[in-house]
Every structure is written in structure tokens, then in C-alpha cells.
Design a protein around this ligand. Structure first.
Ligand code: DGL
Length: 280
């Protein structure tokens, strides 16, 4: 018999916690393992092969910890690696396990928010370059006009706890200005990076109030709920004690301090050297 195990949640660092928090709020009955690859973050500026390699290693770690289902709570990893992992790697390394991403659930419903049909995507350079949002939105809403803006300074602001400070204002305004200059009809802006909800107040402050800002946590949590309902064979393999374990590839103490801010509660993580056993 295959033992049930926690659902794995992966991000390059802390950003995935904005998605995980909402998943756990909507699905509190399950157990979760969160893995942040903080030692190698940010992923956004890295090339395709590197992101794919890091993401696959991290997914393998979560499989080794027992997970049957892993959510890539990272747009950059979803954009650059998900399809290859699903189509190429899973059939070889774990044919009965599943890996899901965050881009598809978002692009499936983005058309519901816009009236003008002009949608802006704020994301890392890697996600923008992959064109994943443009290609996926075209599948579901072929008439939408999609405008992208890379925001390379936003993840470092969040990872360095500077997202609330006055220093963040300059870069928030800069990228929003560059996005909105691409079309004066943009009425919907997607935060296409899981770090960006930490900047939500500032983003709203510098956008016209009529612009709808789409945050992914709720969307991904609902999509996961529906996925588990559609796949009872996988759902029964998800353990249900309502417990969470956190792993980081960086120092556990540093992770705990920062993750507690994201989660609004104390966090106790273990350091996981990729390719080695957990150490505290
Ligand atoms: N949080 C990740 C995302 O959603 C990106 C952060 C990074 O650049 O590592 O894209």
C-alpha cells in the first residue's frame, strides 16, 4: 500500500508562501511540506536550463520526502520548467506523481476581470521572456491584448525586507509606469510572481483605482480544490492531519524570521541541502 503524504509546495524562496497561505486557509485538512530554494533565489534572472535544473531537483526532493502531488508556487519555475517536468521527466522518474503550476489557473480566468480586453502582466524577467502568459491567455481568451512588464528589482526588495520602505516606491512606480505606457486601455493587472503580493499596497497606491489587480493565492487555492475533487485517486494519497513542515536550502534561522512575516505565525524550518539529508 502506498502511504499518504503531505502536498508539496515549492518556490524559489519566500514568495510561494503567499500562495501557500491561501491554499492552507482553503484546504486546512491536508498536510503540507513547503520547500523554498532560498540558497539559489532569485530564479527570475536565470536562464532556462538553470531554472529547469533547480526546479527538477527541488521537485525530486519533495518526492523523496514522500509527496505525491507538488504545486510549483512560483511563476518563473512554472513558466520555464513545468511542461518539461510533466511531459518528459514524470513519466520516467515518478509516473504516478503529479506536479501543478500557477500560470494555467490564472490565465484560465483572467478574461473574467477585464472589460477593455487589455491586460497587463507584471512578472520576473524569466517569466516575461518565456511568453508563457501570452501563449496561455491566447488559448483561453484569444481576443485579449496582453502587455508584459518585467520587474527585476521587486523580488530583491521583498527578499531583503525593503518592500514596505520608501526605497520601494521608486521601483514600484517605475515598472507600473512602463507597463501602463504600453496601452492606456489596460484595466486589469496580474501579479505574475508570487513575491509581488507583498508589494500590493504600494502597487494599488500607484495605479489608477479603476485598475483591477489580480493576486494568485485565491485563484490557485480554488484550482487545487477542484483538481483534488477531479482526482480522488490522488486525493486519497494526501495525508490529512493539518500539519505543515517547512524546508529551506538556506539557513533555517533566517528563513524562520522572514517566513513568519509572510505566514503571520511562528515558522520553524529545517535546512535541506539539495542532494543531502535534512539538518537543523
Ligand atoms: N516567486 C517567483 C515567481 O513567482 C519568482 C522569484 C524569483 O525570481 O526567484 O516567479
Amino acid at each position: 500500500m502506498i502511504p499518504p503524504a503531505p502536498i508539496g509546495i515549492f518556490d524559489s524562496g519566500y514568495g510561494g508562501l503567499t500562495v501557500f497561505r491561501e491554499i492552507r486557509r482553503q484546504l486546512p485538512q491536508y498536510d503540507y511540506i513547503y520547500l523554498g530554494d532560498n540558497a539559489r533565489a532569485p530564479y527570475g534572472p536565470r536562464d532556462f536550463d538553470t531554472i529547469y535544473h533547480y526546479t527538477l531537483e527541488s521537485v525530486q526532493q519533495l518526492f523523496d520526502l514522500g509527496c505525491h502531488l507538488v504545486v510549483l508556487a512560483c511563476n518563473t519555475a512554472s513558466a520555464k520548467s513545468l511542461r518539461t517536468i510533466q511531459q518528459h521527466d514524470l513519466p520516467n522518474i515518478a509516473p504516478n506523481k503529479r506536479v501543478l503550476g500557477v500560470i494555467r489557473p490564472t490565465t484560465e480566468i483572467v478574461g473574467q476581470y477585464t472589460k477593455t480586453g487589455h491586460v497587463g502582466i507584471l512578472a520576473t524577467s524569466g517569466t516575461v521572456k518565456s511568453q508563457s502568459y501570452v501563449l496561455e491567455i491566447a488559448k483561453f481568451f484569444p481576443n485579449l491584448h496582453v502587455f508584459q512588464q518585467a520587474c527585476p528589482m521587486w523580488v530583491p526588495l521583498v527578499e531583503n525586507n525593503e518592500h514596505d520602505g520608501p526605497g520601494a516606491d521608486y521601483f514600484v512606480q517605475k515598472y507600473l509606469h512602463e507597463l501602463m505606457a504600453q496601452s492606456d486601455k489596460i484595466d486589469t493587472v496580474v501579479l505574475g510572481c508570487t513575491h509581488y503580493p507583498l508589494l500590493l499596497d504600494k502597487i494599488k497606491q500607484f495605479l489608477p483605482p479603476s485598475v483591477c489587480v489580480v493576486v494568485q493565492g485565491n485563484i490557485v487555492a480554488k484550482s487545487l480544490t477542484e483538481y483534488l475533487l477531479r482526482h480522488p485517486e490522488l486525493e486519497t494519497l494526501c495525508s490529512k492531519k493539518g500539519q505543515t513542515s517547512y524546508f529551506t536550502t538556506e539557513s533555517a534561522i533566517g528563513f524562520d524570521q522572514k517566513a513568519a512575516i509572510f505566514m503571520g505565525e511562528p515558522v520553524q524550518s529545517q535546512q535541506l541541502k539539495i542532494g543531502a539529508s535534512p539538518v537543523r
